[in-house]
Design a protein around this ligand. Structure first.
Ligand code: FEO
Ligand code: CA
Ligand code: CA
Length: 532
């Protein structure tokens, strides 16, 4: 990436503004957006033309090989795989998804990773056999979901797991977790102030104060099998990876639905804004705006901001954010008695107010330079939308707390673009978008509309400049996997990904459909990619 490697600092320099404005990631982004506006559209366009467009690699072809295929010049290290010891007597869980890199002493070569473990599914074939008592089966499954904190380090050019880490920790379906916000103690959650465990942890995001937000997505079937109260799941969970004794929190103010991820930024007046998708057919796009303002000096105390604010759902026809709030939207009183109830049934509340049903709104990310918001709508085969889109939202006044917005279709999946079913998104330091695809494993490499795409992969899409919207394939995963959780180190030199559910269609554990990565049975694993 050497010839077109830039940062916000470079951009500030490019448009001739001092670097003092750069403080922290999202605040820095707001300052840059303001600076860019002052510098005018021409400077912005010139900048993107100079630095965006070409992928920093030679694109690969679609592949159906049972391996992680990368462009030449890139190197991969399997950092940790399912079942590995991670330290403190704990083992890495199944189906890794979100990865979040937290630097130790600002290093891009030594840090903690928070990793989600979404679900077990056909992985159960490798965990127990039919004669295992049901209670034991559930115990094994409940340990293998939730998330992990691991310590990773780059030694002699290779990323490795630190097995004697004091930070190593598992959060599972049995870890006790506090509820915060309006639904805490409400009848709608059977009066609970704390709940048992987290599972269905799909993607998530970082907070501005260096904690992890992990999103509970498709929790219904396991909640039913394990006899759990479904209203205790479907929330956003906050975990502090640096404090192994800390108790995680589920922030009910952010609503309950099939949460995909969180993208946190700041409004112009310094309130927190968290964008969120609800990954299901015909569900909605949401944002939470805190009541209080972010104070960088307060560090982790900013977590309180996630306990009080307004949750909105998007109505795309008129470009409006609809408040899911009993006082601001009195229509909600037809159906709900308390704000807790509104949040527990956020989907019903959004539907009642006329939010726009979307085709599986999954990952959402805020562009690091111009604050536009990118949302992947993966697909909705019932609507004939087989390949999905990436939408781009622009808040009015370039203010994340605005009540109105415009949007456009930024990129469209299909044979014409070369990618299908966009899911996880990630921006690099240059404002390029990296897109992970999620064609359902049951449909991969079959005689159907997905056949030509072969295995799921990772694509690079430029957001500005000459090749805007063009997709170039960077990676192809092993068989039946989905590549998830992309996260760059702060220096942009390492990309962490999670290879989820390789060999998911296996029915006979003696004949798995994938043997990635170790050549025996399929093991979901986190990979560090270098060469940028
Ligand atoms: Fe767990 Fe929406 O992917
Ligand atoms: Ca996902
Ligand atoms: Ca997915």
């Amino acid at each position: 990436m050497s010839d077109n490697h830039v940062s916000r600092r470079d951009f500030i320099k490019f448009i001739g503004i001092g670097t003092a404005a750069l403080v922290g990631s999202a605040t820095g982004a707001v300052k840059v957006a303001e600076a860019a506006e002052k510098a005018g559209e021409k400077a912005k366009t010139d900048f993107y033309h100079k630095f965006s467009g070409k992928p920093p690699f030679r694109p690969i072809q679609h592949s159906d090989r049972d391996e992680l295929v990368l462009p030449s010049g890139f190197k991969q290290d399997v950092v940790v795989a399912w079942g590995d010891d991670i330290g403190n007597g704990e083992k890495f869980g199944y189906n890794c998804d979100l990865t979040l890199y937290f630097p130790i002493e600002k290093s891009s070569e030594h840090g903690l990773l928070w990793v989600n473990h979404e679900y077990v599914g056909s992985g159960a074939l490798f965990m127990y056999d039919a004669s295992t008592p049901e209670a034991r089966k559930y115990e094994i499954e409940q340990y293998n979901v939730g998330g992990s904190v691991i310590e990773v380090k780059r030694v002699n050019g290779k990323w490795t797991l630190e097995k004697n880490s004091k930070f190593a920790r598992r959060i599972t379906a049995n870890t006790m977790i506090d509820l915060t916000g309006p639904a805490k103690g409400d009848d709608a959650v059977a009066g609970a102030v704390e709940v048992k465990g987290t599972f269905a942890n799909c993607s998530g995001g970082k907070t501005l104060w260096n904690t992890a937000l992990s999103c509970e997505e498709n929790f219904e079937s396991d909640a039913a099998r394990w006899g759990r109260n479904g209203t205790h799941y479907g929330w956003v969970v906050e975990i502090d990876p640096f404090d192994p004794a800390s108790k995680p929190k589920k922030h009910t103010a952010l609503g309950r639905f099939a949460h995909e991820n969180t993208a946190m930024t700041l409004s112009r007046d310094g309130r927190l804004v968290v964008y969120m998708g609800d990954d299901a057919n015909d569900q909605f796009f949401y944002k939470f705006v805190s009541e209080g303002k972010y104070n960088p000096a307060a560090g982790k105390a900013n977590s309180k901001l996630l306990e009080k604010g307004i949750l909105y759902a998007a109505e795309l026809g008129e470009g409006k954010w609809l408040p899911l709030d009993l006082e601001l939207s009195p229509k909600l009183k037809e159906k709900f008695n308390t704000q807790g109830e509104v949040l527990v049934h956020a989907r019903d509340a959004a539907k009642l107010l006329g939010a726009t049903p979307l085709d599986r709104p999954e990952d959402v990310e805020v562009h690091p330079f111009d604050q536009t918001v990118y949302l992947a709508t993966t697909n909705n085969t019932k609507h004939g939308n087989f390949h999905g889109q990436i939408l781009r939202f622009k808040e009015d006044g370039n203010d994340a707390a605005s009540l109105t917005f415009e949007f456009e279709v930024f990129a469209v999946g299909g044979p014409q673009s070369g990618f299908s079913c966009p899911d996880n998104l990630e921006f690099d330091k240059n404002g390029n978008l990296w897109v992970c695809t999620d064609i359902s494993s049951s449909k991969l490499n079959q005689n159907n509309v997905y056949e030509s795409f072969k295995n799921n992969g990772v694509f690079f899409i430029s957001t500005h400049g000459r090749n805007v919207g063009e997709a170039y394939q960077f990676a192809s995963g092993p068989r039946e996997c989905e590549i998830t959780g992309p996260d760059f180190t702060p220096d942009g030199k390492t990309l962490f990904i999670a290879v989820q559910h390789p060999g998911e269609e296996t029915t006979d554990p003696a004949n798995p459909t994938s043997r990635w990565p170790y050549g025996d049975i399929p093991r979901p694993a986190v990979v560090a990619i270098q060469g940028f």
